[in-house]
Structure formats: structure tokens, C-alpha cells
Design a protein around this ligand. Structure first.
Ligand code: AMP
Length: 221
């Protein structure tokens, strides 16, 4: 693989599919630049930028941010990318977004994490947060000592607005309606690679093996 080789990948999967964890592992192992639309939006929300203020109202309701807003933000970031090898995470989420991306960059590989919705719903609604410290608990893997209470301060825990059961259901429905067609779009282009399972640790070795065949030369030392 020569130095002019480009690797432009997208990772897709419903919210809570382990996409964040798998992406982290990919960028730890391979010299790829990682761009997460969710992270980018959260930075904008924190900084209270104009885009952040618009995005927050949609995100809190479990809705997608409008295509024109997110597309502009992501294409701008891609333009500023220093690397030829990158991994887009969370974008595109609709067919218009995928087409807008196609107009500026050809995607070589789409990693699709196919995790059953039942598994995802259980996972997402298990997350509880202590808002002032940011401490995160999980009622299944890392429960607080007392249900609903922060271990250190004794203060009540909250659920992220988008982790509440009714919001999670909305997000999964949006995924079905808007993002499933993106998978079909990429399948038709012959770039879709699907990985199915219920556990991130079992899906990961397959993703890793696949990327090693695609990217033997951009492995980190
Ligand atoms: P994530 O962390 O990827 O789940 O993103 C959090 C939220 O940001 C999502 O629930 C959406 O409301 C919004 N978001 C992230 N990426 C996109 C996108 N490509 N299109 C529309 N909304 C997005």
C-alpha cells in the first residue's frame, strides 16, 4: 500500500451498538483520523455555538439534527483533516447526507455493526450519570451502591435525556426509518461490510481481522 493510498471509512450502527468503543479500538490500532459527529455536536453544545444551540433541541428529543446543519459541519471538518486515512463515525445517518458526502469524497469501506435492538435498549437505559462530576454508572455492569444515588456525594443520579427509555425508542425508530436506507445505499455500491453480534468484545476481533486485510500498512507501531 503506497503512501498515496487513501482509506476513507464509515462506521455505522444504531446508538448503543458499541460503535464508540469499536471506533476507539480502531484508532488505537490503526493510524486513522477519527471524526465522530456526536462528539463534534457535543463540543458545539458545550461551547454554546450557534450550531450547538440548534443541535441541542433536536438531540434532547431523540431526533436527528437537520441534514443541512450536520452536513455543513462535517464536510467542513473533513476539509481540515490532515490525514488520508479516516474513519467517520455517526455520519452519514440519512441518504441525503450520504449523497452529499459522495459528492466530495468516495467512501471505500462501511463497517456496519448489526446489534439487535433488544440488546441496545437494555444497554442504553442502564446508564445513569452524576451530573456535577460526570461519573457514569451502569445498572448492569457498574451499579451504584445505592440505587439512583452517587457513591461519593450521596446526590441523586440522572439519566441523560437521550438515554431515557422513551427517547431511546425514538432514536431506534429514527435509525430504522432514516439510517437503514443508508446501509442499502452502501450495499448497492458494494462497500458495506456487516458484523453481527450482541457483545462488543466478540464483534471486535472480526472487525480487527477485516481491517488488517484492508490496512496492513497503516498499523500503529
Ligand atoms: P451520537 O453520539 O452519534 O449518538 O449522536 C448524538 C446525537 O447527535 C444523535 O442522537 C443525533 O441527534 C445527533 N447526530 C449525530 N450525528 C448525526 C447525523 N449524522 N445526523 C443527524 N443527527 C446527528
Amino acid at each position: 500500500m503506497g503512501s498515496r493510498m487513501l482509506f476513507r471509512a464509515v462506521i455505522m450502527g444504531p446508538p448503543g451498538s458499541g460503535k464508540g468503543t469499536i471506533s476507539e479500538r480502531i484508532v488505537k490500532l490503526f493510524a486513522l483520523q477519527h471524526l465522530s459527529s456526536g462528539d463534534l455536536l457535543r463540543v458545539n453544545i458545550q461551547k454554546k455555538t450557534e450550531i450547538g444551540l440548534v443541535a441541542k433541541s433536536y438531540i434532547d428529543q431523540g431526533q436527528l439534527v437537520p441534514d443541512d446543519v450536520i452536513t455543513k459541519l462535517i464536510l467542513q471538518e473533513l476539509n481540515n483533516m490532515g490525514s488520508n486515512h479516516w474513519l467517520l463515525d455517526g455520519f452519514p445517518r440519512t441518504v441525503p447526507q450520504a449523497k452529499a458526502l459522495d459528492n466530495v469524497q468516495q467512501i471505500d469501506t462501511v463497517i456496519d455493526l448489526n446489534v439487535p435492538f433488544e440488546t441496545i435498549r437494555d444497554r442504553l437505559t442502564a446508564r445513569w450519570i452524576h451530573s456535577s462530576s460526570g461519573r457514569v454508572y451502569n445498572t448492569e455492569f457498574n451499579p451504584p451502591k445505592v440505587k439512583g444515588i452517587d457513591d461519593l456525594t450521596g446526590e441523586p443520579l440522572i439519566q441523560r435525556e437521550d438515554d431515557k427509555p422513551e427517547t431511546v425508542t425514538k432514536r431506534l425508530k429514527a435509525y430504522e426509518a432514516l439510517t437503514r436506507p443508508v446501509l442499502e445505499y452502501y450495499r448497492d455500491k458494494g462497500v458495506l461490510k456487516t458484523f453481527s453480534g450482541t457483545e462488543t468484545n466478540k464483534i471486535w476481533p472480526h472487525v480487527q481481522a477485516f481491517l488488517l486485510t484492508k490496512l496492513p500498512d497503516v498499523r500503529k507501531e
